[in-house]
Ligand binder design. Structure first.
Ligand SMILES: CC(C)(COP(=O)(O)OP(=O)(O)OC[C@H]1O[C@@H](n2cnc3c(N)ncnc32)[C@H](O)[C@@H]1O)[C@@H](O)C(=O)NCCC(=O)NCCS
Ligand SMILES: Nc1ncnc2c1ncn2[C@@H]1O[C@H](COP(=O)(O)OP(=O)(O)OP(=O)(O)O)[C@@H](O)[C@H]1O
Length: 272
């Protein structure tokens, strides 16, 4: 149940989303990803670019919140969110000079914001169910694009459902990460939340940059770390996981988006 008594405002929700994206990129160290200590496996982006990108999303995310405020889940809302999502992508590319920093995050956060704005007292279940229902609708305004996205290439080659599949399934990995954060204490709970995502998300970003075997090897190492009771940050196996990501050019961008989303939902007291 929501901790705050006043109804959520579009501005607050969008500001919290941007804050969550900034929190995620600053969270360090993370395997292969851009953070406050390194640019991970990336050469065309850094912390400053991610912060700029996150801020560029605020107007579109506010529009997504306004459009979905107590609105029914239907094709009208889906079309509005699709159009706003494309505006958000344009704002992101303008802010980053054409670098893809938050494409997956725009998708995930738009849907979660639409879920949150559905009623005055959202619960985790109402938020995720509404987000899922919207993700299952086809966007009536989707432009004809002939070039395949990286996610679509992976989807075709390996049958991995990617960002779309995660949302259409009701964000099961996000739910699992929230439960992991809830079950742990101190800073370690966020590392364990992150690891729960790294261990289970079939991240198309990883597979596109390498292959399925690399994804599976990475997931296995992350899962093994979760079975170890010692704090993640000081566990040498975590440093090995970060090194493995560098050696194999692994960038778990989908997990990063879901990690930011996990933090976002906890800011509204939505953990179960
Ligand atoms: C749904 C999206 C992300 C499609 O992604 P697609 O799978 O085609 O691949 P693409 O290469 O464009 O994006 C991949 C990104 O998704 C994220 N991702 C990858 N795997 C996963 C996963 N398993 N779970 C969650 N996110 C993931 C990563 O950030 C990755 O970089 C998006 O491009 C899209 O359709 N945008 C439209 C905007 C829209 O409709 N917005 C309104 C929301 S209702
Ligand atoms: N800290 C981070 N938070 C969120 N996403 C991150 C982070 N660090 C890296 N990424 C991910 O890196 C992805 C970009 O990786 P990559 O360069 O492979 O992107 P691409 O657009 O798929 O490919 P290319 O740049 O080669 O066209 C972003 O979409 C993003 O998901």
């Amino acid at each position: 149940m929501l901790a705050m008594t006043p109804p959520l405002t579009a501005l607050t929700v969008a500001a919290q989303a941007v804050a969550a994206l900034k929190w995620e990129v600053r969270f360090s160290p993370k395997p292969g990803l851009v953070d406050a200590q390194s640019t991970g496996v990336h050469t065309d982006m850094d912390l400053a670019l991610f912060l700029k990108s996150a801020m560029s999303l605020q107007p579109a995310l506010t529009s997504a919140a306004i459009a979905s405020h107590e609105a029914p889940v239907d094709l009208t809302l889906r079309a509005q969110l699709g159009s706003i999502g494309r505006q958000a992508e344009q704002a992101m590319f303008a802010a980053t000079n054409g670098v893809n920093t938050h494409k997956g995050a725009i998708w995930t956060f738009s849907l979660l914001i639409a879920g949150l704005m559905g009623d005055e007292q959202p619960t985790l279940t109402t938020v995720l169910t509404r987000a899922q229902a919207l993700a299952q609708l086809s966007d009536p305004g989707l432009p004809m694009v002939t070039a395949k996205s990286h996610g679509q290439v992976v989807q075709q080659r390996y049958r991995l459902p990617g960002a779309k599949g995660e949302a259409q399934a009701g964000f099961p990995h996000l739910r699992q990460a929230l439960a992991m954060v809830e079950a742990n204490t101190g800073a370690d709970r966020w590392y364990r939340g992150l690891l729960s995502l790294l261990a289970t998300v079939d991240d198309t970003n990883i597979v596109y940059r390498s292959d399925l075997a690399t994804l599976r090897a990475f997931q296995t190492q992350a899962a093994q770390l979760l079975t170890d009771p010692q704090p993640v940050l000081t566990n040498p196996a975590y440093q090995r996981l970060c090194q493995f990501a560098i050696d194999r050019r692994i960038s778990p961008g989908g997990s990063a988006d879901l990690f930011a989303a996990t933090y976002f939902l906890t800011q509204f007291g939505l953990t179960k």
